[in-house]
Design a binder for this molecule. Structure first.
Ligand code: THU
Length: 129
């Protein structure tokens, strides 16, 4: 799948963001190795700290459907670009340490990076041994 298409799916998902407190809609689209795509949006709460980011919603949806191999993740928002928060970086790394990430905006423009670039020297399962 072309990067532009994955960005398009993240932009379409973004319309379903539930963000009455921040008014900052975020959309994510996760491409799995089998070609399937799982989308996510940010889901806020009146108790602000319970908010879930778009990236984690997409990952958890995919994982809960049995997916384990991930190729690319697109994240879009209305700002110049959307860079995943620290918590999301840790979650993405856990399940997809080799994943490519597209940081996009509502104009459809995006830049490419990787989770290893966003979270170098990550804490991971082998650190628990
Ligand atoms: N947010 C995401 O969903 N993903 C990000 O990468 C950054 C921030 C959400 C959380 C909150 O609903 C809103 O954006 C403002 O922080």
């Amino acid at each position: 799948m072309k990067d532009e298409e994955l960005i398009k799916q993240a932009l379409a998902a973004r319309k379903n963001a539930y963000c009455p407190y921040s008014n900052f809609p975020v959309g994510a689209a996760l491409l799995c190795a089998d070609g399937s795509v799982y989308t996510g949006v940010n889901v806020e709460n009146a108790s602000y700290g319970l908010t879930m980011c778009a990236e984690r919603v997409a990952m958890f949806k995919a994982i809960s459907e049995g997916k384990r191999d991930f190729v690319k993740l697109a994240v879009v928002c209305d700002a110049d670009r959307c860079s995943p928060c620290g918590a999301c970086r840790q979650v993405i790394y856990e399940h997809a340490p080799e994943i490519e990430i597209l940081l996009g905006n509502s104009d459809g423009k995006f830049e490419r990076t990787t989770i290893k670039e966003l979270l170098p020297n990550a804490f991971e399962s082998r650190d628990l041994k």
